[in-house]
Design a protein. Structure first.
Length: 138
């Protein structure tokens, strides 16, 4: 899927609360304005910023959740040294979306890594079960 710009080009930078010299990305030309499907615009009276635009796009198929599609502007990771920190920028700029299945039975075969966050156990408790049956971590 691709979203075409109706108006002139704007410029979009992705910044980070971390050291901008190592974590920021851009600027990148980006099509669209406040009245397009892919809105990117300045706030009235501030031509050089701040910018307003979609950093997350999603189309959820409620009839078939495995056909839902999403895109995040920069990458899947918030860690600037990760290869997934900025790997989605070209696809976001092209207006693409990525299919993301949402049913557990469709997701499980695709899992390549799993991060389990578990708080320390309270005194006297020897094991911890997930709060809901079937949640990640079992």
């Amino acid at each position: 899927m691709s979203i075409k710009a109706i108006s002139g080009w704007n410029v979009r930078s992705f910044s980070s609360p971390l050291d901008a010299s190592s974590a920021g990305r851009g600027p990148f030309p980006a099509g669209g304005d406040a009245d397009t499907v892919s809105p990117i615009a300045t706030v009235t009276g501030h031509r050089d910023g701040p910018w307003v635009g979609a950093t997350y796009r999603a189309v959820y198929d409620l009839g078939d959740p495995d056909e839902s599609h999403v895109m995040i502007a920069t990458g899947q990771s918030g860690n600037p040294v990760s290869p997934h920190y900025d790997d989605l920028i070209p696809r976001w700029r092209a207006g693409e979306l990525i299919r993301v299945p949402l049913r557990r039975e469709s997701v499980e075969p695709l899992v390549t890594e799993r991060l389990i966050l578990q708080p320390p156990l309270a005194p006297g408790i020897e094991t911890a079960e997930p709060a809901l049956p079937g949640t990640v971590g079992r």
